[in-house]
Design a binder for this molecule. Structure first.
Ligand code: ADP
Length: 590
């Protein structure tokens, strides 16, 4: 299998030169056979690997060959007097092509001037012949030490530069990806950053959707075709990376059985090196993977590529997770909006249906009431006692039915008739309504507090007919929802900014959770078909609308089993432009 041991992968010139545990290679450039043999012997004895060149040109060949093997010499010892080219020529060549190679001139007294010149041209040391061997080995050791130190510092500097660069990239990625919650945009931004940071030919991001890896975005020569593929977890290197939740790095892809060749075949693309990184949520759930293919410099991927991709993937995953979340929320919101629209439409249809039926009921009701009256008048013949009583019952129920139908129709067609708005006494309206109940034989149940009040006290601007209707609806409820036939009390009092009417009963009461709902159209606490009390669920909705059109509000307080109090607040300030207000209300409703 071609996947690599990552710890041993990052190999380049610098690394091989700094390989302090391996033997450093030395080159002796000396035309005198006896001298170079002695020298080589001494240096090998000191533990070094030594090559020997007898001429200047041969030395240049050695230097080039070592470079090609990525194993440049640690030290070159050069005699100035060579047969073909001079030692200075060799020195210049070494200085030019191998900056990390130490050079040392070994020469006789006659050449002191040239030795000084060699130092000027960059040789690190020189040694005059004849010399003692320990003297030579001490200088060689010193030069090799200095080289090691220089290489070490250079490696540190390169590492620091790489880290600064990575931090800059990560910072940039972080800033870019948090700018948007649009998933496609985030994915594209992330991928562009990865391509530029890792200098790769192709790259892609696939996310898991319905148990499959779907390529969401791809860059590179085969980008468009790649997006047509999907993988199952465990299929291809990317699928393995997702299934195992760990990065995968393969530098000889064609030798790896896990590689899914079909994509390359189909797109005529040659994947040589692949690096895959899983994307995970903050809860470590795998949501997809990022894959980069072929470095632009044609080198294999190394540890530093893997580290960088891992770091970018961490911030990218957070951004993608947020974008996914946002996408799901947006989708949920759309679904909820659709559900709400549907419910509102159903509600509208229900109201329309009920109202249409009510319209249709009006005509037969008029006939029923007309004929009942006719029969009651005995114009069609005399009635006995029993018949009269039965007819009176029919007339009563027809009246109840008429009121219901009128309520329903009022909700549909209700509009304040602005011409009816006038300065009026609330007390007058209250007394009028109470009188009606008295006339209907319910005087003992409908009671008005403070009967001695003067009508002139409580004057407002309003619609007396509609306000009377509000009071009737509240009183009717008070009477209806009390199986013990208790009293309903009406009271009027001055409050800050206006007047408040309270209608209290001692009936069944209303649970607090329903206080808001009961003012909705057609809402009844007990809406079942077997309910004990009749009604349409419109009385309170009508009351609320009328009072709000007066600039006031309604409220309720109740205790189950003990009774309820409904309150109506009406402002004393005249409403400046009734008709405008009413127009706005009607527009709101449409
Ligand atoms: P309806 O009385 O025709 O059902 P309303 O809009 O007048 O319609 O009232 C809505 C619901 O509020 C009633 O069905 C009832 O459940 C509750 N409710 C209203 N007034 C009272 C009250 N005084 N006591 C108890 N429940 C009441």
């Amino acid at each position: 299998m071609a996947s690599l041991d990552l710890s041993s992968m990052f190999v380049d010139v610098l690394d091989s030169e700094t390989n302090l545990h391996g033997r450093e290679r030395l080159l002796i450039v000396e035309d005198d056979p006896a001298t170079r043999q002695v020298l080589a012997h001494a240096l090998r004895h000191a533990g070094h690997a030594v090559d020997i060149a007898g001429h200047g040109r041969e030395a240049l060949d050695f230097v080039e060959a070592a470079l090609a093997q990525r194993q440049p010499y640690a030290l070159v010892l050069i005699d100035l007097q060579l047969g073909d080219i001079t030692g200075l020529d060799v020195l210049r060549h070494v200085r030019r092509s191998c900056p990390h190679t130490q050079t040392m001139i070994v020469t006789g007294h006659a050449d002191v001037g040239s030795a000084v010149e060699a130092l000027r041209q960059g040789a690190q040391e020189y040694l005059l012949k004849p010399y003692r061997m320990e003297q030579l080995t001490v200088i060689v050791a010193k030069l090799l030490d200095a080289r090691r130190e220089a290489l070490h510092n250079e490696a540190l500097l390169a590492d620091a530069r790489r880290r600064v660069n990575e931090l800059a990239i990560l910072n940039h990625v972080g800033q870019m990806v948090t700018r948007s919650l649009d998933l496609d945009k985030v994915l594209r931004l992330v991928l562009e950053q990865i391509r530029d940071a890792l200098q790769v030919e192709s790259c892609s991001i696939a996310l898991i959707e319905d148990q499959r890896l779907v390529f969401k975005v791809a860059l590179g020569p085969a980008a468009e075709q790649v997006k047509a593929f999907t993988l199952s977890p465990g299929q291809g290197l990317m699928g393995h990376c997702v299934a195992e939740n760990r990065p995968i790095l393969v530098n000889h892809v064609h030798k790896d059985a896990r590689h899914y060749r079909e994509i390359d075949d189909e797109t005529c693309y040659d994947s040589r090196s692949i690096l895959c990184m899983p994307m995970t949520t903050t809860q470590d759930k795998v949501i997809g993977a990022i894959e980069v293919i072929n470095r632009l410099d044609n080198q294999g991927f190394g540890q530093s590529d893997l580290d960088l991709l891992r770091a970018i993937t961490v911030s990218a995953s957070v951004a993608v997770e947020n974008a996914l979340l946002h996408e799901r929320l947006a989708q949920r919101a759309t679904e909820l909006k659709a559900a709400l629209d549907e419910l509102q439409e159903l509600d509208r249809l229900k109201s329309e249906f009920v109202q249409n039926i009510s319209h249709e009921l009006r005509t037969p009701l008029t006939f029923i009431k007309g004929y009942v009256e006719l029969v009651q008048s005995q114009m069609l013949g005399e009635l006995n006692e029993e018949q009269s009583q039965s007819l009176a019952l029919v007339a009563d129920q027809a009246e109840v039915l008429t009121r219901m139908v009128n309520d329903i129709i009022l909700m549909q067609e209700y509009q304040m008739d602005c011409g009816q708005i006038r300065v009026m006494s609330l007390w007058d309206v209250l007394s009028q309504v109470v009188d009606e109940y008295r006339s209907a034989g319910l005087g003992h149940r409908v009671l008005l507090e403070g009967a001695e009040r003067q009508a002139g006290d409580c004057v407002i601007q309003g619609h007396p007919e509609y306000l009377a209707k509000v009071l009737r609806n509240l009183v009717d409820n008070g009477l209806k929802f009390d199986p013990n036939h208790g009293p309903v009390n009406l009271a009027l009092r001055k409050v800050e900014g206006g007047w408040e009417i309270q209608v209290s009963d001692q009936g069944i009461g209303i649970p607090e959770s329903e206080w808001e709902n009961i003012f909705e159209r057609f809402y009844q606490v007990d809406g079942s078909s077997t309910r004990q009390y009749g009604g349409t669920g419109l009385g309170l909705a009508v009351a609320k609308e009328i009072i709000e059109a007066h600039g006031g509000h309604v409220w309720v307080q109740s205790q189950q089993g003990r009774g309820s109090t409904f309150g109506v607040f009406l402002p004393e300030e005249p409403i400046e432009d009734w008709c405008q207000l009413e127009k706005e209300r009607v527009e709101r409703e449409q």
